[in-house]
Design a protein around this ligand. Structure first.
Ligand code: HEM
Length: 319
């Protein structure tokens, strides 16, 4: 979905291109989560070099730079076949570059930066959230049954649930919120900040130029705020107006303030659409011999929190 919006093509069926793309992204994600000693002790940069991190960063940068340049060149080609009325983000950025209507000149580097931002911010985060939602549902058959009943009881059989069908499914929406609260699939420490000037937060004096992390993970599991915080209990959101739009600081999976995730509307629409269709059309079972308690919730380190051990389920078509 994101590649179609950003570049105007999908890498689903592109053979060599597909595998190249699918190899580049995980390496970039891994580097984002890598620990660079020099970030904390500046004169020790040589340690990162010896550990081979500089080489990996350079290689990843070069691969992505070439990849984006190819996309830009394709979109600049006047003979390119374009689907009518289909304008993708790279076209919009190239148009802005041509018009020179902004207070600064857009360069190819800016365009590549925006494309990278989209790719990293949007793909992994959404897929990790879906895996955690399905993990939570399979571990909690009561909730799975309730969300399936909400959808199945209100729909006459359809080929595909559309966005407008889903708006009335309040329990489904609560399941997604509870997944975001408990598993915080993207950025458990949000994105780090640096204080521009000296300030005081909650009684702590923060000097200028200090790197700050917001531990959204701890906030969203804080027993002073949440009743039974370790329990997956979507009902808590039916009984409260807490939302993740950045106004309620006890639930901030998308951050808050000026740098809040700008993709929220798209994420919520995609998550609701995909999850609703998954639970509507299939009855999900654990592979033979596995019990709910065998499904672990271990996470891989990284910017997005992926499930360490892949979730394997059996899908039976619901008739
Ligand atoms: C479940 C899915 C997602 C989650 C949990 C999520 C969460 C976040 C978080 C926590 C931040 C940092 C906010 C902060 O520092 O305060 C962020 C930033 C961002 N997100 Fe998302 N995001 C998701 C999906 C998406 C999607 C689908 C898009 C684009 C279509 C997107 C675009 C961005 C961008 C561009 C930024 C950087 C904003 C900036 O630096 O000003 N995200 N997101």
């Amino acid at each position: 979905m994101i590649c179609r919006i950003a570049f105007g093509k999908s890498y689903e069926d592109e053979g060599h291109e597909r595998s190249r793309f699918h190899e580049m992204l995980p390496e970039f994600q891994a580097l984002l989560a890598e620990f660079f000693v020099a970030d904390y002790i500046p004169f020790t940069g040589w340690i990162d070099k010896v550990r081979g991190l500089h080489g990996r960063v350079d290689k990843s940068f070069k691969e992505f730079d070439e990849f984006y340049q190819e996309i830009i060149d394709e979109h600049l080609d006047p003979n390119r076949e374009q689907i009518k009325d289909e304008e993708v983000i790279v076209d919009v950025l190239l148009q802005l570059m041509k018009e020179r209507s902004l207070p600064f000149d857009i360069t190819f580097d800016h365009i590549k930066g925006v494309l990278m931002n989209m790719l990293v911010a949007a793909t992994d985060t959404t897929s990790a959230t879906l895996v955690w939602a399905m993990t939570a549902l399979i571990k909690n058959p009561r909730v799975m049954k309730k969300v399936q009943e909400e959808i199945r009881n209100s729909e006459s059989k359809k080929y595909f649930l559309e966005e407008h069908d889903i708006q009335k499914f309040h329990y489904l929406k609560a399941v997604i919120k509870e997944t975001q609260r408990l598993y915080l699939p993207a950025a458990p420490l949000l994105v780090s900040r640096e204080s521009r000037e000296k300030c005081t937060i909650g009684g702590y004096n923060i000097p200028a130029k200090t790197i700050l992390y917001v531990n959204a993970w701890a906030i969203q599991r804080d027993p002073n705020v949440w009743k039974n915080p370790e329990k997956f209990y979507p009902e808590r959101f039916l009984e409260s107006s807490i939302n993740f739009l950045g106004k309620d600081f006890e639930l901030i999976p998308f951050g808050a303030g000026r740098r809040i995730c700008p993709g929220i509307s798209m994420v919520v629409a995609s998550l609701e659409l995909i999850l609703a269709n998954l639970v509507y059309f299939f009855d999900w079972k654990l592979p033979d011999g596995l019990m709910e308690e065998d499904i672990d919730t271990e996470m891989l380190p990284g910017i997005a929190q992926h499930k360490k051990n892949p979730l394997r389920l059996v899908a039976n078509i619901y008739k």
